[in-house]
Design a protein around this ligand. Structure first.
Ligand code: NAD
Length: 452
């Protein structure tokens, strides 16, 4: 199959490279001239494990190429639209201007038999509008418009694309069904379930899935808050409920609130769609509100742990991206937390293995450091916000030597409270009983009792 991918960002580039790996001929197109120039030279503009090797291998085999123009659409069997659909400024609806522009721009080049596939996350009914745009521009041909939402996760995008839980294809056009079946054939030979639905259902499946995940995270976060009040441990609760197959153990990790390029904007867009149709999605609405407040509330946790105002104090932040193994800073909880810490008068030093280039534009006032230990220098507290591998085995003695006070606030529950207490740290996790440091505890005999 000959495929054109319009938009070569996190989704377009990964999908394009994976389709090429399946044996298709793919042209990834982007308006961003620097991005395409870099890709043509073999430089990958985003951080995604394994992507550089995949792109290089498929370029070498002449199955993957890059362009800023849409000439390749002339010979394409399928044209995928994978451009951004950010929250529209002001009202929270999905901004569809990039999707509609892509449809208008590719229309003049489309062949008789081409299928246009929306891979971007778009509100229900968008496919009808894309179809309308294409028919207006090209009344001479009968273009099939399909919805094929993408479920990959940044940081594990290639694995997710090659081993999806399911492939959703929304169309009732038999020709489009054949083309999409052929494109995904290597995957369903591997037994990935392919689900053919109506176009509107496919569009809504994506939003329903992301909103469900957001609700699940928000639920465990609120249970974590209750755990802190009643002396229970949210990790034990998560395991205890997650072993029930009807609930499942994934997405039950309490933390500072969900962020990223998808969940915040998609939950908001779904709420707006529902409101437009006179159907309130109150559970999703509540999750959006609770999550928004939570990110900033993490700054109050820092104050509470330090026992009062933090004006003039230094706080070290480890991890800035919204999750590990990506450089994506969109809606990262670190941004709301750091802004709140700065509002309270604290000085922030931060380190992230991949996100600092993006973060620099968003957090101009903080000091960026080149590792966890430089970040911890002179800090009154160290806050882990993103659970990168390299933060999982920190040298506590080394940290203690450079910090002003040994305090660790672990917003991802990476460490065991007893371990930190033994290392002489005051430790505060999420939804877990806090322990005094060993020195304090020995004086009162507390630690022995609590560890037992
Ligand atoms: N990032 C994810 O993890 C993820 C996962 C699943 C679904 N999605 C959805 O996929 C879509 C794309 O997300 P992303 O994270 O890849 O976005 P992105 O911002 O990384 O990439 C979008 C790219 O499209 C390009 N572009 C915009 N208009 C264009 C046009 N007319 N012609 C050519 N190129 C154009 C931009 O320059 C940019 O490079 C969104 O709808 C998103 O919700 C994202």
């Amino acid at each position: 199959m000959r495929i054109v991918m319009i938009g070569s960002g996190y989704v377009g580039l990964v999908s394009g490279a994976c389709f090429a790996e399946f044996g298709h001929h793919v042209t990834c197109v982007d308006k961003n001239v620097e991005k395409i120039a870099a890709l043509t030279q073999g430089c990958i503009p985003i951080y995604e494990p394994g992507l550089a090797e995949l792109v290089a291998a498929n370029m070498r085999h002449c199955r993957l190429s890059f362009a800023t123009n849409l000439a390749a659409v002339r010979k394409a069997d399928a044209v995928f639209i994978a451009v951004g659909t950010p929250s529209r400024r002001g009202d929270g609806h999905a901004d569809l201007s990039f999707v509609y522009a892509a449809a208008r721009e590719c229309a003049p080049f489309l062949s008789d038999s081409a299928v246009v596939v929306t891979k971007s996350t778009v509100p229900v009914g968008t496919g009808d509008e894309v179809e309308h745009i294409l028919h207006e521009a090209r009344p001479d041909i009968d273009i099939a418009v399909v919805s094929n939402p993408e479920f990959l996760r940044e940081g594990a995008a290639i694995q997710d694309f090659k081993h999806p839980d399911r492939i959703v294809i929304g169309t009732d056009n038999p020709r489009a069904r054949d083309v999409l079946s052929e494109i995904y054939r290597p995957l369903y030979l591997n037994a990935a379930p392919i689900l053919f639905t109506g176009r509107r259902s496919a569009e809504l499946i994506k939003y329903a899935a992301n909103s469900f995940l957001a609700v699940k995270i928000t639920f465990i976060n609120e249970i974590a808050d209750l755990c802190e009040k009643v002396g229970a441990d949210v990790q034990e609760i998560a395991r205890g409920i997650g072993l029930d197959n009807r609930i499942g153990s994934k997405f039950l990790h309490a933390g500072p609130g969900y962020g990223g390029s998808c969940l915040p904007k998609d939950t908001l867009a779904l709420v707006k769609t529902a409101q437009d149709h006179g159907t309130a999605l109150r559970i999703v609405e509540t999750s959006v509100a609770v999550n928004d407040q939570r990110k900033r509330a993490m700054a109050r946790k820092v104050c509470a742990t330090l026992g009062g105002p933090i004006r003039g104090k230094t706080i070290a932040v480890l991890g800035l991206t919204f999750k590990p193994n990506t450089d994506d800073m969109r809606e990262a909880p670190s941004v709301a937390l750091i802004t709140a810490l700065e509002d309270l008068g604290a000085k922030v030093r931060a380190y992230d293995p991949a996100g600092m280039a993006q973060a620099k534009g968003m957090l101009p006032e903080i000091t960026f450091c080149n590792g966890p230990y430089p970040a911890a220098e002179g800090a009154h507290a160290l806050v882990i916000v993103t659970e990168w591998e390299e933060f999982r085995a920190l040298d506590f003695d080394r940290l203690k030597k450079v910090m002003a006070t040994p305090v660790l606030i672990d917003l991802k529950n990476v460490y065991q409270p007893a371990e930190l207490s033994r290392a002489g740290f005051r430790y505060e996790g999420i939804g877990r009983p806090s322990l005094p440091t060993q020195q304090d505890a020995t004086a009162t005999g507390l630690l022995e009792r609590s560890v037992a």
